[in-house]
Design a binder for this molecule. Structure first.
Ligand code: FAD
Ligand code: SIN
Length: 534
C-alpha cells in the first residue's frame, strides 16, 4: 500500500505543472506522480507550434485572443473560462520561463519571436524552433527534479480510480457524493498491481488520438484517464469534438504516430495546394490556408475525396531556405529523410487525429464531478475549446489549470485523510493471454471503425454502424479482461474502446453540425447550444 498526499497520474505539461505548483506552495506536502512509460514521453513532448499568449501588448490584446478562441469554438466555449485562460495565460507562461523553459527570440533582439497559426488574428505564439513541447517537457522535468517533495514513479500504469465502489457500495453516475481515494496501478517492472492511497488525486493522462488509424499522438495517447473517470462514474463532456490536424505528413509507408507538419509552417507562409499547384482554400474560407482547423481539415478531406488523391500539398518552395531551416529544423530533416526537399518539392499532407476537445468535465478550479478528483490538460473539458480548439491554446490551458488546481487543492489537504478499508487489487483473470493477436487485431478493428465511420465527416448510418461494431469489440474485450492477467496493452484496448463509445455516442446525441462535428444528415446549427454530457 503506497500512501501520498496528492497522487498525480501523468507527467506531461498538465501533470508536472500541477505537481510543481503544489510542491512550491506547500513544501510539507508529498506528491507522487505516476507515469506509464518514461517520464518524458507525452503528447506535450511532441508539441511543435508553441504556446499562444498575449505577449506583445502594443499590437495584441486579451479581447483579440478571446475573440479568436470563441470564433474557433463554434459557439460552445464557456466565455468565463476563455476569459480566465486568456488573461492568466501570460503569467503562467512567465512561470515556466522562470523555471527554465526557453523560447526563440527574434534575431539580434530581446523580444520573443511570436509566430502565427490558423484562426489567430495576431502573431502570439511563443515557440522554441519546431520543438516547443520537447523544451517545455525538459524544463518541467528539471524543475520537478529540484523539488524534494515530488516523487516521479515511471513505468506505473494507472488501471482504475478508487471510489466507494471499492468499499463495496453501489456507485452510480447519478449518485451525489462519489469520492476518489487514489488509484490501482500496474507496476510494469514487477507486474504487480499496487494500491496508491491519496487525499487528492489528479488525472493528467492526456489525449486519445490512438483511437484512430492516423494520428499525430504518440502511442501513450489511449484516453486512459477519461476512461477511468467514466468507469468511476464521473461526468464526461463534448467527446464528439475530435480535432483532426489538417497537415500530417503523408508517408505512404505508414507510421504511428504520423509526423506533424506544424500549422506554424502555414503561419510562416506555406500555402495549401493541389498536386497541380492550384490553391484551393479560398473556396472554403476567406482566411485561406490559415482558416481554423476544422475548416481546413474538412476542405483537405473533401479535395482528397473529390480528386481521388492520397494527399494534398503544402507549398513552401517560395520560402527562404535559411529561415525555413532556422524555424523548422525537425520538419525539414524529416521531409529530407523521405526524399522530399521542402525548398523544391511540395510537402504531401493529410489530416490526422490530433486532439480531443472533450473529456472529464471540470469546473474553473479543475474539480471533476467526483469529489477529491481533479483533472488537468487534454483529458479534461474545461469549456475553453468549445466545438473546436484554437491552435496552441492547449499547452496554455494546462498551465493555467495546473496553477488553479494547486491554488484550490492545497487549502483542502489538511481537512482530508487517507481512506481506510480499500482492499488490495483482486485479480479476476488468472490465465496469461494465449494470443496477443486477440488484442492487436481488436485494436486494428477499433481504429478502422472509428476512422471509417466517426471521422471528419459523419452520417447517422455511419454512427449506427460504428456503435454496433463497438458493442461487439466491447463484449469480446470485457471477456478477455475478466479471464486473463492484466497487461498495459489490454488496459489500453479497453480504454480506447470506451473512448470510441464516448465519441460515437456523443456524436449520435448531437443532432446538428458544429465545429469539429460534421454530420451530413444534420448540416445546420441547432438553435439551442448544449454541451453533450455522458
Ligand atoms: P500529455 O502531455 O499527453 O501527458 C500525459 C501523461 O500521462 C504522459 O506522461 C503519459 O505517459 C501519462 N499517462 C497516460 N495514461 C496513463 C496511465 N494509465 N497511467 C500512468 N500514466 C499515464 N498544443 C499546443 O498548445 N501547441 C502546440 O504546438 C501543440 N502541438 C502539438 C503537436 C503534436 C504532434 C501533438 C500530438 C499535440 C500538440 N499539441 C499542441 C497538443 C498538446 O501537446 C497536448 O494537448 C498537451 O501537451 C497535453 O498535455 P497533457 O499533460 O494533458 O498530456
Ligand atoms: C501545430 O504545431 O500545428 C500544432 C499546434 C496545436 O496543436 O496547437
Amino acid at each position: 500500500m503506497n500512501q501520498t498526499d496528492v497522487l498525480i497520474i501523468g507527467s506531461g505539461v498538465g501533470g508536472l505543472t500541477t505537481a510543481i505548483k503544489i510542491a512550491l506552495k506547500r513544501p510539507d506536502t508529498h506528491i507522487t506522480v505516476l507515469t506509464k512509460v518514461q517520464k518524458g514521453e507525452s503528447n506535450t513532448a511532441y508539441a511543435q507550434g508553441g504556446v499562444a499568449a498575449v505577449w506583445n501588448k502594443q499590437v495584441d490584446n486579451y479581447e483579440k485572443h478571446k475573440a479568436d478562441t470563441l470564433d474557433a469554438g463554434g459557439g460552445l466555449c464557456n466565455e468565463a473560462v476563455v476569459d480566465i485562460v486568456v488573461e492568466e495565460g501570460p503569467l503562467r507562461v512567465q512561470d515556466i520561463i522562470n523555471w527554465g523553459a526557453r523560447f526563440d527570440k527574434a534575431p539580434g533582439e530581446d523580444e520573443y519571436d511570436l509566430g502565427r497559426e490558423g484562426g489567430h488574428s495576431e502573431n502570439r505564439i511563443l515557440h522554441y524552433k519546431d520543438l516547443t513541447g520537447w523544451e517545455i517537457q525538459r524544463a518541467l522535468i528539471e524543475k520537478a527534479r529540484q523539488l524534494d517533495n515530488i516523487t516521479i514513479l515511471q513505468h506505473y500504469f494507472a488501471v482504475d480510480l478508487l471510489t466507494q465502489h471499492h468499499l463495496g457500495y453501489n456507485v452510480t453516475r447519478l449518485l451525489p457524493g462519489i469520492e476518489c481515494y487514489g488509484a490501482y496501478a500496474l507496476n510494469k517492472k514487477s507486474n504487480e498491481i499496487e494500491t496508491f492511497l491519496a487525499k487528492i488525486t489528479v488525472v493528467a493522462t492526456g489525449g486519445a488520438g490512438q483511437v484512430y488509424r492516423n494520428t499525430t499522438n504518440p502511442v501513450i495517447a489511449s484516453g486512459d484517464g477519461i476512461a477511468m473517470a467514466y468507469r468511476a462514474k464521473g461526468w464526461i463532456e463534448n467527446m464528439e469534438f475530435v480535432q483532426f490536424h489538417p497537415t500530417a505528413l503523408f508517408n505512404p509507408a505508414g507510421e504511428n504516430p504520423s509526423f506533424l507538419v506544424s500549422e506554424a509552417v502555414r503561419g510562416f507562409g506555406g500555402i495549401l495546394k493541389t498536386r497541380e499547384g492550384e490553391e484551393f482554400m479560398h473556396k472554403y474560407d476567406k482566411r485561406g490556408s490559415l482558416a481554423p482547423r476544422d475548416i481546413v481539415a474538412r476542405a483537405i478531406d473533401n479535395e482528397i475525396k473529390l480528386r481521388g488523391e492520397e494527399s494534398m500539398f503544402l507549398d513552401c518552395t517560395h520560402l527562404g531556405k535559411e529561415a525555413f531551416i532556422g524555424h523548422f529544423p525537425t520538419i525539414y530533416e524529416k521531409c529530407m529523410s523521405l526524399g522530399i526537399d521542402p525548398m523544391k518539392d511540395m510537402i504531401p499532407v493529410v489530416p490526422a487525429c490530433h486532439y480531443v476537445c472533450g473529456g472529464i468535465r471540470v469546473n474553473q478550479q479543475g474539480r471533476s464531478s467526483i469529489d477529491r478528483l481533479y483533472a488537468c490538460g487534454e483529458c479534461t473539458c474545461t469549456g475553453l475549446h468549445g466545438a473546436n480548439r484554437l491552435a496552441s491554446n492547449s499547452l496554455l490551458e494546462a498551465m493555467v489549470f495546473g496553477h488553479r488546481i494547486a491554488e484550490d487543492l492545497v487549502g483542502r489537504l489538511d481537512g482530508l485523510s487517507l481512506q481506510d478499508g480499500i482492499p488490495a487489487w483482486k485479480a479476476n483473470g488468472t490465465t496469461e493471454p494465449k494470443e496477443m493477436v486477440l488484442i492487436t487485431q481488436s485494436l486494428k478493428e477499433l481504429k478502422e471503425v472509428m476512422s471509417s465511420y466517426v471521422g471528419i465527416v459523419r452520417t447517422n448510418e455511419r454512427l449506427k454502424r460504428a456503435m454496433d461494431r463497438l458493442w461487439l469489440l466491447y463484449s469480446e474485450t470485457e471477456d478477455l479482461y475478466s479471464n486473463t492477467v492484466i497487461s498495459p496493452q489490454l488496459c489500453e484496448l479497453r480504454n480506447l474502446i470506451t473512448i470510441g463509445y464516448l465519441v460515437t455516442r456523443s456524436a449520435s446525441m448531437r443532432r446538428e453540425s458544429r465545429g469539429l462535428h460534421y454530420n451530413t444528415d444534420f448540416p445546420e446549427h441547432q438553435k439551442f447550444i448544449q454541451p453533450t454530457v455522458l
